[in-house]
Design a binder for this molecule. Sequence first.
Ligand code: FMN
Length: 341
Amino acid sequence: MGKLLLAPMEGLVDDVLRDVLTRVGGYDLAVSEFVRVSGSLLSPRAFRRACPELARGSRTRAGTPVAVQLLGSDPQCLADNAAQLAQLSPAGIDLNFGCPAPRVNRHGGGAMLLADPEQLLRISAAVRRAVPAEIPFTAKMRLGVRDTSRTLDCARALAAGGVVALVVHARTRLEAYRPPAHWEWIERISEVVHPPVIANGEVWTTADHARCCAVSGSDDVMIGRGAVADPFLARRIRALAAGEPVDADRSADWRQLQPLLASYWQQVCAKVVDRHAAGRLKLWLAALRRNFVDADALFVAVRTLRSVAEVSRVLERHGVAVRQPAARPASDAGEVDACAR
Ligand SMILES: Cc1cc2nc3c(=O)[nH]c(=O)nc-3n(C[C@H](O)[C@H](O)[C@H](O)COP(=O)(O)O)c2cc1C
């Protein structure tokens, strides 16, 4: 079977959730949430803060490689930062041409660049020159800003700029996250560019994955929200591909998930200030509710809670055995990502 990639999701999937999800297994590569580049050269510390895995050979603890994503619009600034990042030996450097957030788009970054294929070429060519050949250089794009009139031009520009693979989130900026994802566009793009095109958008189940591969003609798929909502999805896709029996017993999955939730909570408490910890847990539980009735019950039980101690008590009551969270290192005493979407 092809590759499975864990999508970048700013504000939702950080190194802690990447750790937990890649421990469940099934992913070949994860991509970090975007690091915003605007005007200045970021320090190695800033890159490590966004992608702590850089300090561990750019891998999660389970050994899954993590590429780092950059977001910006100025070719030289992106190239300089990519060169700086390359010194830290990331598993890959990816450029974001898909973010629909107005705050990012106002400065010409993210999906707005899809209106200007010539600029995509300038950016990708400059970054290509700055990144040593041994570090995979990739890009992630949507189909366009408002329509698909320039989709192929954008893909051609990024290919000409030297990306070794292109992830396509098969929707326009205007379509935001509304289903469906237009997987058929992946095939059209693959027909006009040489680098492999990785399909992305609306894969929530093993059946979605199979349909996505069939319609897009791509074996490689990046999974975003579906991975967060079902930590076992990638593993199940692999088991199916290997002809192994697939157990879709959600209560058995929930029992496997309980220690992972405990590990997640413990790591979150060690990483962020107390007042942000409950919010992080609620975000993941809100996603898990889609597939797990027990996650729904837990979400309802913690919804109004704010303190770490209260949340820990409720988790215990729901069978999530929480060990005393480790003390937070002084240097990490804050929210990890400064980039708000
Ligand atoms: C909360 C959230 C944050 C996201 N952050 C990023 C990001 O930092 N970089 C990026 O390229 N895409 C980002 N995306 C888009 C996802 O990577 C992915 O392309 C999109 O969710 C579609 O895939 P899915 O339907 O499998 O979720 C984000 C999506 C969500 C929902």
